[in-house]
Design a protein around this ligand. Structure first.
Ligand code: NAD
Length: 444
């Protein structure tokens, strides 16, 4: 074998029925690799290697596919390999809503996914669904609409549902998915109020199904690097974060500008990235917010929802974040963390699907250095879906569970209250780090 070869499944692995595979609690990830005829077993932990050797666990069918490497070690670490699950062992998703995000990013993301596959589509437009199903090899029998959605309970190919609908529709479809016995990945913002978020969490708990909010930034390697700089105090303690997410919105008739469907304007749609990324980087929860809102008078786009929000969040360590979001200015997304011992770090652009650019400024002798320590780009949607799939397969709590989304809903409500009353608003003081996060992602 010249460059790469996939180790065939053992008969024991083949005997593992797919459903049994998804439902059994995992024993860890074992990867069988063949490179140039040698077949070592690589594992995530010695424990998983041992237990799987006796009895192949749910993830034991993972295969490591290795490509050639023509580069000297000095050229940097390469990622010319993938650890993948065979297709019949992957978590099968039904995607609900075939709008911009689904077509532009989520469905293409399955091409890079290692544990996840798309098996069903749910849409109000049968013709569109038929064509999209053809593109992604989804059987026509697995196309549902919003009315017969509950029939997914009878489809064993569907393990999980990914909700990609307007914000105020998330609750209904999360609850119906859980009642149908499926795990649920829900787009951000989780919903339009904290009460609604609580109902979604309760419904999934009652059904004993997992719920994750699709905060892709928390699964993306460059953002993780920035988080590590902050948590490891690479340049000292972070004192100030500034974060901006603005874009110029178009058609006044779209659902994002309809209060009943969106829940709000720029804050829940794009200001949420400022909030959630501040919290992710620091690992802390704000105990106080202070906000103001400005909307251009007579702009036909902003009859129901706000145009821009300027808000500060105060954290227990003493860090303060100063954030802006707007629907009325040219697209720009960036953030910066200012630390107290010789450096700052951040991202510009930040929050995009591709092309993120980390930035670091630090003092070295008399020089002020600026650098861009960029890690190889990975598909954020694939990373996020694969994390959820791994949690389903190994019965783990997702890193961004429903509780993470609920906390953002509470913060947004406090921001709106502060802007309305023109006063700072207190939130519950939470000292614990990563108070609402589950199992750390293994990839990314
Ligand atoms: P979109 O308008 O492009 O698509 C929404 C889909 O919902 C469409 O297929 C539409 O037909 C369907 N729909 C069903 N009922 C509807 C109704 N009453 N009104 C309008 N549409 C209806 O929206 P999108 O940009 O794909 O956003 C969907 C969700 O994904 C939102 O919650 C949004 O916040 C989220 N989102 C997340 C990211 C991210 O980076 N994670 C990016 C964009 C959008």
């Amino acid at each position: 074998m010249d460059f790469e070869e996939i180790l065939p499944l053992t008969s024991a692995q083949k005997a593992y029925d797919r459903r049994q595979f998804i439902e059994s609690a995992g024993k860890g990830l074992i990867a069988a690799t063949v490179v140039g005829g040698i077949a070592p077993i690589a594992s995530a932990s010695a424990e998983s290697l041992d237990s799987s050797a006796e009895n192949p666990g749910p993830m034991s069918a993972a295969i490591k596919v290795v490509g050639p490497n023509q580069h000297a070690a000095s050229e940097g670490e390469r990622t010319n390999y993938a650890t993948i699950l065979p297709k019949d062992k992957r978590v099968g998703y039904a995607i609900v809503g075939l709008g911009e995000l689904t077509l532009e990013a989520i469905l293409p993301g399955f091409g890079s996914a290692k544990n996840s596959k798309v098996v069903a589509l749910v849409s109000g437009d049968a013709e569109k669904a038929k064509n999209v199903a053809m593109q992604y090899d989804v059987p026509q029998k697995n196309i549902y609409n919003y009315q017969n959605f509950d029939d997914i309970k009878n489809n064993p190919e569907i393990d999980a549902v990914y909700i990609v609908l307007p914000n105020s529709m998330h609750e209904e479809f999360v609850v119906r998915a859980a009642k149908a016995g499926k795990h649920v990945l829900c787009e951000k913002p989780m919903t339009t109020s904290s009460k609604s978020a609580e109902r979604m969490i309760d419904a999934c708990k009652k059904a004993d199904k997992k719920l994750m909010v699709a905060y892709r930034i928390q699964y993306e390697p460059n953002n993780k690097q920035i988080k590590d700089f902050a948590r490891q105090k690479k340049y000292g303690k972070v004192k100030v974060i500034t974060s901006t997410n603005v874009q110029n919105i178009g058609d006044p008739k779209q659902w994002r500008l309809n209060k009943a469907l969106a829940g709000g304007g720029s804050l829940p749609d794009i200001g949420l990235y400022d909030i959630n990324t501040n919290r992710y980087i620091l690992g802390e929860e704000p105990y106080l917010v202070n906000a103001s809102i400005y909307t251009t008078p007579n702009d036909p786009r902003f009859k129901e929802v706000e145009e821009m929000v300027m808000f500060q969040m105060y954290f227990p360590s003493g860090a303060v974040a100063n954030n802006t979001c707007s629907y009325g200015a040219h697209n720009s997304k960036h953030y910066r963390c200012y630390a107290d011992n010789g450096g700052w770090f951040g991202m510009d652009p930040a929050f995009d699907y591709k092309g993120l650019m980390p930035e670091v400024g630090h003092a070295e002798g008399k020089a002020e250095n600026k650098m861009n320590p960029k890690l190889p780009e990975k598909d954020q949607f694939a990373l996020e879906m694969d994390h959820f799939s791994e949690c389903v397969i190994e019965n783990k709590m997702p890193y961004t569970p429903g509780e993470e989304g609920l906390q953002d809903q509470k913060i947004m409500e406090a921001i709106y209250e502060s802007a309305r009353t023109n006063k700072p608003v207190q939130l519950e003081r939470i000292e614990k780090l990563d108070a609402f996060r589950g199992t750390m992602p293994t990839e990314g």
